[in-house]
Design a protein around this ligand. Structure first.
Ligand code: PRX
Length: 620
């Protein structure tokens, strides 16, 4: 029976086979988190064991210092005999007329080595940054692992980001090589990716391009199919991934080899309960952190099959995602609440015919899930037998930090659950530690970011200044219930989550303000039934040109600066924006015009009349 406000638990059958079914793991880990992580780390394959588990020199810290590792040796060499003929990667193309591709571990290894040798041939060495601008095709996995194999630092840029967004990231990394593709399919259309690239690399250090032709052999197909793994220090850079913050410039999150490997491996095993016959489908594009860790690294380190789908879940028919689950016998499915709300919108009839017999565990990530979407997922996809792990984490944390473990529960709709064993969190500033800002305390987590590339000041300011240098500030607001379960409510900074994608309103404003006739603008996120949040844009325009023309240009500015994922739901041309006497735009008030919340005292504004005018513009 499904009831609101209830706690849910795993079935006896699920518990019986789960990696974790005894809650004492929490106590044990809390007693000595460093020792706990060290014990887990020993299960990985190290060329040389570390000397010290955790070293803290606030705000900097190290994990497994002195250890030597390579994440690809943990995917391929570790347990090779058992794994080599097992399926590693299943690729489902968007078009139903095209054939899927399946790679065993051995086949994938050969491809990775060929690509690694190709990179070496171009002069790429340990520590060099390599840009990857690829869609959801197998080559994105191969390219990332090839970089890791030779110790190059990949920086993947989401393929729907604009040429400008790609350029900014390439410039920041200083990459000399970019791996990209000619095209990919999206909703039946062949998208020309390469046309973005030529423009993007102007003004960067990129000298060599590797272009994957979608319907041809990979550019590295003639290379030697073995390449030795480079020994990486635990604290060497594994990769850089850019994410949005409060300011206009994206931040390059730096992840370290040792800690990231340990966390990717163990969160997969404990949270997705990976067992050898699992077929895991994480719907995230590798351009985002979820794709890095859970489409690629974690399942492959655990020796299971990971599925990657080129297209979108509702094309060509609304039940495409359900067809894929059935076709490949997916056992663990991990997606974002936006996708679940979209499935729900299409109606139950569409999926009634699917039994999802093989599914045994579900996951969600990226944005808060509401109770009704959770219950729909539980009933219609999980058929009331699959636990749901609502996983909270960030690009910065590299791996999952909060969730209920599937063999233990409890699962409470709209609550992510408890900190992962060995992770210590607090809720600060609120009443009784039950409502406020979510922070993470030492020793944090092995996979927490080590810095912002080229920007130690920003690193200190963003994460280690609100509560001092020893406390990691997540920028998320949270509440805790009487069971200690945590619900993450959302960002307390200028970041919004649109369909689970992380977008900076500051970055959008910077793109719009580049327009020569726009003197000022404000972007706020407002609630949306399907996407969770969507941006709306207010623009001060005092010229005489037609409104529609300016709106089109605003859209073009955002397309150019960021890409289609950041397009605003609405653009309002206004005379003035509500401001404090010191000139600060009151975005909070603009947002409240859409949520129906009390606007509060407007008399402190320099221009309270602006609020009424905007209200009229919105509601007529
Ligand atoms: O606000 C939180 C939200 O997503 C933010 C991190 O976004 P990103 O770096 O793109 O990483 C997303 C995937 C790990 C967080 O600061 N968020 C992520 N997961 C959840 C969530 N909010 C509520 N519940 C979640 N499960």
């Amino acid at each position: 029976m499904i009831k609101r406000g209830e706690l849910y638990y795993p079935t006896e059958e699920f518990k019986k086979n789960a990696w974790v079914s005894d809650p004492k793991i929490y106590k044990e880990a809390a007693k000595d988190p460093v020792k706990f992580w060290e014990k887990l780390a020993k299960d990985l394959f190290w060329f040389k064991l570390w000397k010290k588990g955790f070293i803290h020199k606030p705000p900097n810290f190290q994990w497994f210092a002195g250890g030597k590792i390579n994440i690809t040796a943990n995917i391929f060499e570790k347990d090779w005999v058992v794994k080599k003929d097992k399926i590693a990667l299943i690729w489902e193309p968007e078009s139903l007329n095209e054939k899927s591709k399946v790679f065993t571990y051995q086949e994938l290894f050969k491809e990775v080595c060929k690509c690694a040798n190709h990179l070496k041939g171009l002069g790429v060495k340990k520590g060099d940054r390599v840009g990857i601008y690829l869609p959801m095709i197998p080559e994105v996995v191969i390219a990332m692992l090839a970089c890791a194999r030779i110790g190059a630092v990949h920086s993947v840029v989401f393929s729907a980001f604009s040429p400008n967004a790609l350029k900014v990231r390439l410039q920041d990394t200083g990459a000399k090589v970019l791996i990209t593709a000619d095209s990919y399919y999206r909703r039946g259309q062949l998208i020309n990716l390469f046309k973005n690239v030529e423009e993007s690399i102007k003004g960067t250090k990129v000298k060599k391009l590797i272009v994957v032709e979608r319907s041809n052999k990979a550019p590295w197909h003639k290379e030697d199919d073995f390449c030795k793994a480079v020994f990486m220090d635990s604290e060497d850079l594994q990769f850089i991934l850019y994410t949005s913050g409060s300011t206009g410039k994206p931040k390059g999150c730096m992840h370290a080899c040792g800690g990231y490997s340990v966390q990717a491996y163990w969160t997969g095993r404990y949270i997705f309960d990976f067992h050898e016959d699992d077929v895991f489908w994480c719907t995230s594009d590798p351009g985002w952190i979820t794709g890095h860790t859970y489409t690629i690294y974690s399942p492959l380190m655990n020796g299971i099959a990971t599925l990657m789908f080129e297209g979108v879940p509702d094309f060509p028919t609304p039940d495409r995602w359900a067809q894929i689950i059935e076709k490949y016998g997916v056992t663990v499915f991990y997606t974002a609440p936006t996708a679940i709300r979209m499935f729900e919108k299409y109606g139950e009839d569409i999926i009634k015919k699917y039994q999802f017999k093989k599914l045994r565990l579900l996951g969600t990530v990226g944005e808060p899930i509401d109770e009704s979407a959770w219950l729909w997922y539980y009933k219609n996809v999980g058929k009331e037998k699959c636990p749901i792990v609502d996983t909270w984490w960030q690009t910065e944390t590299g791996g999952i930090l909060l969730t209920s473990l599937p063999g233990l529960g409890p699962f409470k709709p709209a609550f992510t659950g408890l900190p992962f064993p060995g992770v210590k969190t607090e809720i600060r500033d609120g009443q009784n530690g039950k409502h406020g800002n979510l922070v993470i305390l030492p020793p944090f987590a092995p996979s927490l970011l080590r810095g912002i590339y080229h920007n130690p000041e920003k690193y200190l300011e963003t994460y280690w200044s609100q509560y001092g240098k020893k406390v990691y500030f997540t920028s998320d607001g949270a509440i805790m219930d009487e069971h200690g379960l945590i619900r993450v409510i959302g960002r307390v900074d200028d970041v919004i989550k649109v369909a689970g994608h992380r977008i900076s309103t500051g970055e959008m404003e910077a793109a719009v303000n580049d327009h020569p006739e726009i003197s000022e603008c404000a972007v706020v996120g407002i609630p949306d039934k399907i996407k969770g949040e969507v941006p709306v844009t207010f623009v001060i325009y005092k010229g005489a040109r037609p409104v529609e023309e300016i709106k089109r240009e605003v859209i073009a500015q955002i397309q150019k600066g960021i890409g289609p994922i950041a397009l605003p739901k609405e653009i309002y041309l206004v005379e003035d924006l509500p401001k404090t006497r010191s000139g600060k735009i009151m975005r909070r008030i603009l947002r409240k015009l859409f949520t129906g919340e009390e606007l509060g005292d407007l008399s402190t504004l320099a221009n309270p009349e602006s609020v009424d005018k905007i209200k009229k513009l919105i509601y007529g």
